[in-house]
Design a protein around this ligand. Structure first.
Ligand SMILES: Cc1cc2nc3c(=O)[nH]c(=O)nc-3n(C[C@H](O)[C@H](O)[C@H](O)COP(=O)(O)O)c2cc1C
Length: 162
């Protein structure tokens, strides 16, 4: 039984969650940034982390999601600036689920992730200003200890393969 954690993280938020999951997994495990990740087909359990860009799972993670097949138990986790209850986040979840439809999705966790000021400034220049930009103040400081605790508690509640 080999466990793999892979994350696509531009500014470090999703990486924080990935490291917490890596530390949580008992037994044989490996963690990789998405560009350096091996083929997931050598692993039974995979935790894949991504972030939202342009309202969707980031492009690298979308490509990676297409690699999963029915042999995989998959846990998805992601960070975003948009309101967790927004249509944008719900649509991103639907899209991710569609892309990984062959795998056995055992759980999905998402939370807010802080956006660097420079990125916010650039996004504010867009016409129209993306909806998620309105939520950047709420995203400040996330993911935090509480988010990580919540995710680990959620993992505890799942029927995971170890
Ligand atoms: C280029 C860029 C585009 C983004 N677009 C969105 C978006 O469309 N919707 C959203 O909710 N958050 C958006 N964000 C915010 C990120 O999803 C959020 O900060 C996330 O936590 C980043 O994760 P990371 O630090 O692992 O890269 C964007 C961030 C960047 C840098």
């Amino acid at each position: 039984m080999k466990n793999l954690v892979v994350y696509s993280s531009k500014t470090g938020n999703t990486k924080k969650l990935a490291e917490a999951i890596y530390n949580y997994i008992p037994g044989e495990k490996e963690i990789y940034e998405i560009d350096k990740s091996p083929d997931p087909n050598d692993y039974t359990f995979v935790a894949l982390g991504f972030h939202i860009e342009g309202g969707m799972p980031d492009p690298k993670s979308q490509e990676y999601m297409k690699k999963f097949n029915e042999d995989h138990e998959l846990f998805l986790f992601f960070t975003h600036a948009a309101d967790p209850e927004s249509k944008e986040v719900k649509d991103a979840i639907l899209e991710a689920k569609k892309l990984v439809k062959k795998a056995r999705l055992v759980g999905l966790f998402n939370c807010l992730g802080e956006v660097p000021e420079k990125v916010v400034e650039e996004a504010r220049k867009k016409e129209p200003v993306p909806e998620w930009v309105k939520n950047v103040d709420s995203a400040k400081g996330h993911p935090n200890e509480e988010d990580i605790k919540k995710m680990l508690k959620y993992l505890d509640s799942l029927d995971l393969p170890w």
